[in-house]
Design a binder for this molecule. Sequence first.
Ligand SMILES: Nc1nc2c(c(=O)[nH]1)N[C@H]1C(S)=C(S)[C@@H](COP(=O)(O)O)O[C@H]1N2
Ligand SMILES: [Mo]
Length: 318
Amino acid sequence: MLIKKAADIASSEITSKSLYLNRRKFLAGSAALGAAALAGVGVHSLASPPLVEANAKIDGLQKSPFSTTENVTPFKDVASYNNYYEFSTDKYEPASLARNFKTRPWTVKIDGLVKKKLELDVDSIMKMAAPEERIYRHRCVEGWSIVVPWVGFSLSELIKRAEPLGKAKFVEFTTLYDPGQMPGQRRDVLRWPYVEGLRMDEAMHPLALLCFGMYGEVLPNQNGAPLRIVLPWKYGFKSAKAIVRVRFVENQPVNTWQQSAPQEYGFYSNVNPNVDHPRWSQARERRLGEFGKRPTLMFNGYDQVAGLYSGMDLRKNY
Ligand SMILES: Nc1nc2c(c(=O)[nH]1)N[C@H]1C(S)=C(S)[C@@H](COP(=O)(O)O)O[C@H]1N2
Ligand SMILES: [Mo]
C-alpha cells in the first residue's frame, strides 16, 4: 500500500509543472499583497526568505565535450523542484526542508571488494581531479526533464583509487541515514537508507559523473549535497544523492525503487521510449518551463553508452 501511495504521488505530477509553478508565484504574490494591505507595511518585509540561496562558486571549471548545447533549465527551477524522498514526497518541499542539512564534516566510506578500503573526507574527494562543467539532459521517470550544468568529474576517478578486485562486478551507493535531519526518513515511503547500484562497466563509463556542484556553484542541499552521482542516460532515480558509502560487490545490488516496486522499476532503468512504465508511457517528456511535450530519446540521447548493453534484451532488463 505504501508503494502505491508513493507511485500515485508520482503519476499525479506528470502534467502542468510550469502552470503549477506560475500559479504558486501568483498565489504567493496576491497573499503577500493582501496581507501587506491589511498590515499597512511593504510587501518585501512580508515575503518569506528565498528558498534558493547563492552558494560558493567553484573556480577553474573545465568545459566538457559531453555537454549538450540545448537551453539550460533556469537554476531556480532545478533548485526548487526536487525528487528527494528523504525530505519529502512533495517536490517543492525539499528546498526548504533541506536548508539546514549539515554537509560538513562528511565522510565517504569506500569498501567491499577493493584492494584499498578508504574513508575519505568529501573535501579531499572534490580535489581528486579537475572539476568540469557537464551540461546534461536529465529525464525523470515521471515524465519531466531538465538540462543542468552539473559540476564534478568522472566517477571512475574515485573508483580507481580504491583499486577494485576482479571479483567486483557491481558498485552500490548508499545515501545518508539520519531521520533527525531528514524528515522523510521518519516515514515508511521507501526502505531507508536509499540504495542505488551500477554494473562496474557502467560506473566506469566516462559519462558517469561524481557531482558536487551545479551552475558553477556548490550543490544546493536539495540537489544532493555534498556529493551525488549523475547518470544522464538513466532515469533520474538512479542518480543517488548525499552519498556516504560506495561498496563494491559481486552480485547485483537491489536498488531502493526496485525493492519498492520491482514490476515498475528495474535495475538498469535506462531511458527507453519503447518500454512504458506499467502505468504511463515513456515515449514523451515535458521540459520544465515548456508547454508542449517532446519525444524522449533512447538512452536520453547518449548513444555512446549503447555498447554497454549490446546483446541484452532491454525490455527484460528495464
Ligand atoms: N537519496 C536520494 N537520491 C535521489 C532521489 C531521492 O529521493 N533520494 N530521487 C531521485 C530522482 S527520482 C530524481 S529525478 C533525481 C532528482 O535530482 P534533482 O533534484 O537534482 O533534479 O534525484 C534522484 N536521487
Ligand atoms: Mo526521478
